[in-house]
Design a protein around this ligand. Structure first.
Ligand code: ATP
Ligand code: MG
Length: 230
């Protein structure tokens, strides 16, 4: 379970200060499927990065299973990220000099999984996302939608308990998007927590719960609200 208690985030650039997230208190259950929606620049990625242990709040507390994430040591927070969180970055963050299959293998390689198992798991996930003929391509040799699916495969290869995905379908055609959504639904049915940021109404309607952020203010949006419906 993730709890945000009066969490705020301001970015400072010289004398300028941007209030990216205003005081936010909410709870995300260990098996919730939550969508975060809102205009560009409203604070969605900021909130996701803070939940993922990658960005400390300016004030307030983020608890994961009762433990304050940012009161832990850096090593403990890294362990949390490595063992429990799968993060899909808005900008993919693939390693440019590694092939698609090597990118997906990477988190398993860091964990010391055998080379054979790394390869099998990576290939099977890439095949699931329709990329079996692109295993040896480097990111620069893949389309944006293909890179997005490689990034998703890399996120899922370690079987994370908490999946945080920033616009995971932004570059996908409707068929690939439905495949990715089906994958998230299966992960949720399997007892995992999924939090995804999206601009796509089809994606947010797949979630059980929608949080809307506007100018750093978060509010719960009822699932029936017309601007969320497909
Ligand atoms: N490192 C930074 N330094 C200064 N300001 C920042 C920084 N990162 C983000 N911001 C500002 O914080 C606000 C929230 O940014 P954030 O990336 O969370 O928005 P977002 O909702 O994810 O937008 P988008 O839908 O375009 O991805 C924006 O106004 C942005 O300009
Ligand atoms: Mg963003």
């Amino acid at each position: 379970m993730i709890e945000l208690n009066a969490v705020t985030k301001s970015y400072c650039r010289g004398a300028d200060e941007v209030a990216a997230l205003q005081s936010t208190t909410l709870t995300i259950g260990g098996n919730d499927f939550t969508a975060i929606v809102g205009p560009s620049g409203s604070g969605k990625s900021t909130m996701l990065c803070m939940i993922g242990g990658m960005l400390a709040p300016t004030s307030g507390q983020i608890n994961v299973d009762g433990e304050s994430l940012y009161d832990q040591s850096v090593a403990q927070r890294c362990q949390f990220r490595n063992e429990r969180v799968g993060f899909v970055f808005q900008s993919f963050n693939l390693v440019p000099w590694l092939t698609a299959v090597e990118n997906v293998q990477l988190p398993l390689s860091i964990r010391g999984t055998s080379a054979k198992e790394q390869r099998q798991r990576a290939e099977s996930l890439l095949a699931r996302f329709g990329l079996e003929t692109r295993l040896q391509h480097r990111p620069s040799e893949l389309s944006a939608g293909q890179q997005q699916r490689v990034a998703l495969a890399r996120t899922l290869v370690t079987n994370p308990q908490l999946i945080l995905a920033d616009e995971p379908t932004g570059n996908l055609d409707p068929d690939s998007r439905d495949l990715v959504l089906q994958t998230f639904a299966e992960l949720h049915a399997d007892g995992r927590a999924v939090v995804l940021v999206t601009h796509d109404h089809n994606v947010s309607t797949a979630a059980q719960r929608v949080l809307r952020i506007e100018e750093g203010q978060v509010c719960e949006q009822s699932l029936g609200e017309s601007d969320v419906a497909a």
